[in-house]
Design a protein around this ligand. Structure first.
Ligand SMILES: Nc1nc2c(c(CN[C@H]3C=C[C@H](O)[C@@H]3O)cn2[C@@H]2O[C@H](COP(=O)(O)O)[C@@H](O)[C@H]2O)c(=O)[nH]1
Length: 306
């Protein structure tokens, strides 16, 4: 994902609200002696897995809806992952392409067993329809065929996803430049890789090209570690739970600087400790720390991308 890496570095070099503190990265790396704790995919035990194409369909739908849980303080990613899992266990056809095209908001809520409207529910429904329609039109209704057509390349799969499914085109304009972040497309690849343990639908020869997934948890952890420093206005906005406007310089800088900072961390660990660590490994470690720390204040942006 050279475009993600390069545009994140471009933003980091011009950023004014967010700074990446390279010394703090070094300190953090030395503190753990380069040993990033290994977090197992599905450490929570909430995902559907049957080692076949239905798992791929499940993960694709999951990541089509994997964004913006915070407006409902009781809702989290876990509800989405386990809700879709239960729905599929009850009815194996629940995520078939023709069914996806017809869900309404109340039906989606029912599917996830959630008692009230979901945040940005209309967009969630629209994205489900988009996924169902395009899977049917070009991939015989199956996300597994989409994955197969990428020929075991993570970069090709991300290119295919962003070409066919507009809802996955997570990008922004920053100081006149197009910045690629591709959070949900990349996390889908990582989920395949994690779930299938690098085999079958999860085999990618270029898995090391993936960056972290710029969401609202990892930046908060990087800030807590002192690796990201926010200017005083931005700090106040975040600490007072004010919303950050989607596409604003602040929002793009938070996300792009997070990607850049972890790329720097990975380079340092690999060079200093002779490892071959992936950004995914660092992401899952930071993310799992973040979701366990309820006190962490994160930036709040209404977005379909993360
Ligand atoms: N960077 C990064 N962001 C991630 C994930 C995951 C889940 N990954 C699964 C893969 C393997 C594990 O077993 C995980 O279950 C969700 N998110 C993001 O977090 C936010 C949700 O937060 P809260 O509102 O507190 O539930 C939201 O933006 C969501 O998109 C990740 O791995 N990395």
């Amino acid at each position: 994902m050279e475009a993600v890496r390069a545009s994140a570095a471009w933003v980091a070099s011009r950023s004014s609200h967010v700074t990446v503190d390279l010394q703090e990265i070094e300190k953090a790396v030395d503190k753990i002696q380069g040993n990033v704790p290994k977090i197992e995919w599905d450490f929570e035990g909430i995902h559907y897995f049957d080692n076949g194409p239905l798992t791929v369909q499940y993960l694709f739908v999951l990541d089509a809806l994997n964004f913006c849980f915070w407006p409902d303080k009781d809702l989290s990613y876990d509800h989405l992952a386990s809700g879709l899992k239960l729905a599929l266990e009850k009815d194996k056809t629940a995520l078939d392409a023709d069914r996806l095209q017809n869900y309404t908001g109340p039906q989606l809520r029912q599917l996830l067993n959630w008692p009230r409207p979901l945040p940005i529910e209309e967009e969630r429904v629209r994205l489900l329809h988009e996924v169902g329609l395009e899977l049917e039109r070009n991939f015989g209704g199956q996300a597994a065929n989409l994955v197969k057509s990428a020929g075991n390349s993570a970069a090709t799969l991300i290119e295919l996803i962003t070409r066919h499914f507009p809802g996955f085109r997570d990008h922004s304009l920053y100081k006149g430049h197009q910045v690629f972040l591709y959070k949900r497309a990349q996390i889908f690849v990582a989920d395949l890789w994690g779930a299938f343990k690098g085999h079958n639908y999860g085999e990618f020869h270029d898995i090391n090209s993936i960056t972290i997934f710029a969401d609202y948890i990892v930046p908060a952890v990087l800030r807590e570690l002192g690796i990201l420093k926010y200017g005083s206005n931005l700090s106040c906005s975040i600490d007072s739970n004010s919303e950050i406007v989607p596409g604003s310089e602040e929002e793009v800088e938070i996300r792009a600087c997070s990607i850049y900072a972890v790329e720097k961390m990975r380079e340092l660990i690999n060079k200093k400790f002779g490892k071959q660590l992936l950004s995914i490994d660092i992401d899952l470690w930071l993310w799992s720390c973040g979701v366990q720390n309820m006190a962490l204040s994160h930036h709040r942006t209404l977005s379909i991308y993360y």
